[in-house]
Design a protein around this ligand. Sequence first.
Ligand code: ZN
Length: 228
Amino acid sequence: MASTDPAQRNQVTLLQVGYSRQEDGDEFAMRANCTCTLVRCRDGTNIIVDTMTAWDGEHLRSLLGQQGLGVDDIHVVVCTHGHSDHIGCNYLFLKARMHLVGACASHQDLYMDHLGSGNPDDQLALDSNAEVVVKRSPGHTLSCVSVIVDNSQLGGRVGITGDLFERREDIDDENIWMDAGSENEKVQREERSKMAQLCEFIIPGHGPMFPVTASVRCKLKEDATSIT
Ligand SMILES: [Zn+2]
């Protein structure tokens, strides 16, 4: 049951809005960094989702500092997938009880089979209230995961989806997410539609958060069913 007291909500904060664009004057190069999100669960669990490139360590420390947190205050690291612009600063979070890179969960040299049952609907709860969960969302890579936050301060369910969505504009222009790379375009279309049915807000891999409107849901459902 969702609380109406804002202090009793899970707080979702975008620490850094990501981007991806063609490099000026070089058609064979891109500039890209991920959207980096902090989830402060109401049970006290702090989760960081996608940790930018390895060169962003000092920047990320300072972004967390602005939230009153140090790197040792992060309990769980989730990388939506294993590309270098989503995992680069995992090394900062050595007090975390778990690092999840795609569906692969580890702590030090211990690897845990949390999402390995083969059931695509498997979920892993990250907080004691089971309001913040990780689930598989394959497409961009087959190991991609998303973090789903219920009972958020935004008043709706939030999907932190990594590159399942590149940015809001890729709903009108499919080339944006397809050009960013997809290991299975058909599966990605289906997962995009499922995510939109599930969530009221989406935090994409390389852009700002956007609301999921009825027309967005409708367009994504059409995309998933019309193209085979
Ligand atoms: Zn990415």
